[in-house]
Write a protein that binds this ligand. Sequence first.
Ligand code: SAM
Length: 277
Amino acid sequence: MATLDGLPPLRDVIQRHGLDARKALGQNFLLDLNLTQKIARSAGALDGVTVIEVGPGPGGLTRAILSLGAKKLIAIERDSRCLPALEEIGEHYPGRLEVIEGDALKTDFADLAGQGPVKIIANLPYNVGTQLLINWLLPEDGTWPPFWESLTLMFQKEVGLRIVADEDDDHYGRLGVLAGWRTEARMVFDVPPQAFTPPPKVTSTVVHLTPRENPLPCDVNKLERVTHAAFGQRRKMLRQSLKPLGGETLLGKAGIDPQRRAETLSVEEFVRLANCL
Ligand code: SAM
């Protein structure tokens, strides 16, 4: 049966190339091209944009991104079995798809991106998704604004809730503070387990993040130390959980009531604490 982009249906591609899903690689494939187009569209206009995709697998999201007009798509895939299937997509969109076989955790994304606007779009392998997000939020060389203009990423819903959480939310923690400090983050839509092959145990969600041009000035390492200590004992009062960092004295300097708990502090208050360290 013909598909929207004239390439073979993904089910056939998977069968022809023997791409049985491997759990160790976080492989849950999306086969519905309408759904992959919906995900790619939530990144905004792709015309003339360079996109980086992590984990293209058999290429469902890859095909959507290219069909929506991305000027160039750089895709990083760890599983060499997927390369022949991706090559067929590259032939259908000459000169626009570059596939790199490798581990996204060891990839220098800023170096790959080069000049011009870059959007990152990915149905992430669950076992490395959070670490990749943290790498993009806290680049080692400290560059901000970053090389990317948006991140459109699929996570387990539980992780998505933690990324977009504000204070006084049960899901609020270190990830919510870091994401809220440097980006505006929102959940776009949920994707049920049965949309994937094989279906995972939990619902997934697409999260969209755009960098703040001028996040509140703060030393990343200090912010990490404060959030780590505060949320490490999230049910305790801050005067207790922050004792190793100065406890009541630190809280007094920042003008924060020592009886409060970590989950009640706004991002701005965490930044104030970090700046008083
Ligand atoms: N994008 C495809 C889709 O939506 O159907 C596949 C998504 S699947 C959830 C995750 C993909 O990431 C798999 O193709 C897997 O092989 C790849 N992968 C897993 N770990 C990786 C890593 N460290 N670096 C790059 N790719 C990885």
